[in-house]
Design a protein around this ligand. Structure first.
Ligand code: AMP
Ligand code: GLY
Length: 420
């Protein structure tokens, strides 16, 4: 089969490497991919948001199956456009991708169907939001409605900072048009768990749980980033909590989406918080998380492409979905200064005999050399019998991968080890 993967980060590199193991694959194209992915597969410089370009390429190259990985093209309707041309896809259509595309939609969905989440209020009028904040309890969480590159969330400790947050989102539009509406919600506390799941709109199969490390620096200090590392499985996600999530969150969510005429097919990501009152939804994403995919997919023992085809055909109940009982740890190596200002253009060296996977996120090819070109440059993932082993192996590999100006957290998995 000829496969097309849309996207160009570490997540896409992990997806491509996993799909490649399938006997059904003859050729994989990645749009746009990146310098690192191009070492393995053919990358074509068509942007992930260029829906017409993607469809045109897919038709001209007789693609048999497409995987749309990032949120932007999903929310823009890439799957609808490809399906219209008769190309089967893995990923939700536009109607279902709104579960990530609009926080107002997802909060209202959870309220209507009684799915546990933080209490909230929605505002499109700044004066009303300011009035609400006068009596609200602090800390409080303020979120822009639309996609904001994972940065549209502000946790305000004081009333003054909450008011500033509302003004900068609604008036100064720091997150662009996604700030025309906001959600103000209750601050929740507890460990966070990411659960990615396969669903065809009727059946839902959770993948192995994981833990992201969103802050830039050790001990969860510094700015929020796209994710500085992950481990799987997440020890806070016990069998008991998994069962509660299935009954109160996962099944109700896919039933709610179907009842709304928006059946979700693809990877539905549940960002959960295990609060003293039980697990609650922090956010939904309509795609694989990054860097969650970089620990979850290396633990998948069955055929990813086969599962994706079952999802697309609505026969997920017949799919073989199996995960290893080992542990994985992914350490992101970033450009020093990320998520703010950083320098790029440095030569990346990865030894051939590294005992780990390297998923390239921000790198370009220049005269045969691989040069850093982004904030998150690459992810190093190791798998071992237990979490301690996976962490040690990942950091050992990280010490052998070099580029100037590299920065990484030294404590990925440390919090998880404490509860084991
Ligand atoms: P999101 O972009 O929705 O994933 O939010 C980014 C991060 O903000 C989450 O991973 C949480 O750590 C934090 N967060 C979001 N909503 C809440 C909330 N209601 N209470 C506490 N923390 C939150
Ligand atoms: N790692 C969080 C996300 O992919 O949204």
């Amino acid at each position: 089969m000829k496969i097309l993967v849309v996207g160009g980060g570490g997540r896409e590199h992990a997806i491509v490497k996993c799909i490649k193991k399938s006997k059904k694959v003859d050729k994989i194209y990645v749009l746009p991919g990146n310098g690192g992915i191009s070492n393995d597969e053919e990358c074509v410089n068509i942007g992930a948001k260029d829906i017409d370009g993607i469809v045109d390429f897919a038709v001209k190259n007789s693609i048999d199956f497409a995987v749309v990985a990032p949120d932007d093209p999903l929310v823009l309707g890439a799957v609808d456009a490809l399906t219209e041309k008769g190309i089967p896809c893995f990923g939700p259509d536009k109607k279902a991708a709104i579960i990530e595309g609009s926080k107002v939609f997802s909060k209202n969905l959870m309220k209507k169907y009684n799915i546990p989440t933080a209490e909230y209020a929605v505002f499109d009028d700044m004066e009303k939001a300011v009035e609400y904040l006068e009596t609200a309890e602090m800390p409080i969480v303020i979120k822009a409605d639309g996609l904001a590159l994972g940065k549209g969330v502000i946790i305000a400790q004081t009333r003054a900072s909450a008011l500033t947050a509302v003004r900068t989102i609604m008036l100064d539009r720091i997150f662009g048009e996604s700030g025309s509406k906001i959600v103000i919600e209750e601050f929740m506390e507890g460990p966070e768990v990411s659960v990615l799941s396969f669903t065809d709109g009727k059946t839902i199969i959770p993948m192995i749980s994981s833990m992201d490390h969103k802050r830039a620096h050790d001990n969860d200090e510094g700015l929020n980033t796209g994710g500085m590392g992950t481990i799987a499985p997440n020890p806070y996600y016990t069998d008991e909590i998994a069962e509660e999530c299935m009954n109160k969150i996962f099944l109700p969510t896919i039933k709610a989406m179907a009842a709304e005429g928006r059946p979700f097919k693809g990877c539905l990501y549940f960002g959960l918080m295990i609060t003293p009152k039980g697990p609650k939804v922090v956010e939904y994403n309509c795609r694989f998380g990054d860097p969650e995919a970089q620990v979850v997919l290396p633990l998948l023992e069955s055929d990813l492409l086969d599962i994706m085809i079952h999802v697309s055909e609505g026969t997920l109940d017949k799919a073989d979905v199996r995960f290893s009982d080992k542990s994985a740890c992914c350490v992101i190596m970033a450009s020093n200064g990320y998520p703010q200002k950083y320098e790029t253009g440095f030569k990346i060296f990865v030894p051939d005999d590294l005992d780990a996977d390297v998923f390239i996120a921000g790198a370009k090819k220049c005269d045969g050399l691989l040069l850093s070109s982004g904030g998150r440059v690459l992810g190093v993932t190791a798998v071992a019998d237990d979490l301690r082993g996976a962490i040690d192996k990942a950091y050992d590999a990280v010490s052998k991968v070099t580029f100037s100006n590299a920065y990484y957290r030294k404590d990925i998995g440390a919090k998880a080890l404490k509860v084991l």
